[in-house]
Design a protein around this ligand. Structure first.
Ligand SMILES: [Zn+2]
Length: 131
């Protein structure tokens, strides 16, 4: 489900909260992968019994791949949440995250859909995220 549909379905506050939770879970996963990679490297030292074992090498590669994927996913999800979050307040009355999605447009150059929204407080309309 894309961001526009999720915002329209869940509401902005819940969507934003879920994006932050998802991104920070990825950040924690990235740190855990780094720790696992460090453990694998330590076991690969000459005095280790696991030196040269295929399992240690496989786990090290899996930890590196998982860490890279987690870091990239964290950046994508967090930056998307921040782009939408910065324009979630009404410029007219200043109300934050209280709007209705009127229409969604096709994905922009960033690959994200744009939303035409209307403030529930004052009926002011704007587009998010900004180009
Ligand atoms: Zn308003």
């Amino acid at each position: 489900m894309n961001a526009a549909r999720m915002i329209a379905t869940l509401g902005f506050r819940r969507w934003y909260e879920r994006q932050l939770i998802e991104s920070h879970l990825c950040l924690v996963t990235c740190f855990l992968c780094i720790i696992l990679l460090a453990v694998c490297i330590e076991h690969a030292l000459p005095q280790s019994a696991l030196r040269g074992s295929a399992a240690a090498v496989f786990i090290a590669f899996a930890a590196a791949a998982g860490g890279i994927w987690s870091w990239n996913h964290y950046r994508v999800v967090f930056s998307r949440a921040e782009r939408y979050g910065h324009v979630a307040h009404c410029e007219h009355c200043g109300t934050y995250a209280r709007f209705e999605v009127e229409r969604t447009s096709a994905a922009s150059s960033r690959g994200e859909p744009t939303l035409n929204v209307r403030c529930r407080q004052c009926r002011h309309r704007w587009t998010m995220p900004e180009a």
